[in-house]
Design a protein. Structure first.
Length: 130
């Protein structure tokens, strides 16, 4: 199975539990004061639903969908938008991998490596818009 398909199946297992996005934001917000500051005025319940779709777009891009949605995300996160510094994507990625490890009981080292590849591809597109 290729990495994108492996991640699709893993994401399906992760999303079975409602707690996946709670765990992600708990870990991500704890990772740096800069991240916390960016979400200071955010409705986190709404944000969790948006991220569910955002991660799906990253996975679909790795499976061959056009990059349109990721480019739009890149624009909203760019200097001209929310100005999310490229360094913060490392924390985002680490937080997501920890969350997957916690929630996908079937995740092997191979699955986590597949996630890392899929995220790297998507983040690459997002950062081209920075
Ligand atoms: C691949 C990585 C990421 C994905 C898939 C993603 C996804 C999203 C989505 C779908 C939204 C809502 C739609 C929009 O505003 O365009 C959003 C908003 C946002 N994201 Fe990201 N994001 C990522 C990385 C980051 C990082 C690294 C930060 C750093 C702090 C961040 C901070 C924010 C903030 C502050 C908002 C707006 C919250 C608000 O409305 O108050 N994102 N993100």
């Amino acid at each position: 199975m290729n990495s994108a398909d492996q991640v699709m199946q893993s994401y399906g297992r992760c999303c079975r539990s409602n707690e996946f996005f709670d765990t992600f934001y708990r870990i991500f917000l704890a990772s740096s004061p800069e991240v916390r500051a960016k979400f200071a005025n955010t409705n986190m319940q709404a944000q969790k639903l948006l991220l569910r779709q955002g991660i799906m777009n990253v996975v679909l891009y790795a499976r061959g969908m056009p990059d349109t949605k990721l480019r739009a995300l890149g624009c909203s996160h760019s200097r001209k938008g929310m100005n999310i510094r490229p360094e913060l994507y490392k924390l985002w990625t680490e937080s997501l991998l920890k969350t997957v490890r916690h929630h996908d009981k079937e995740a092997s080292t191979d699955t986590l490596q597949a996630w890392a590849e899929v995220i790297q591809k998507g983040v690459g597109v997002i950062l081209e818009e920075y």
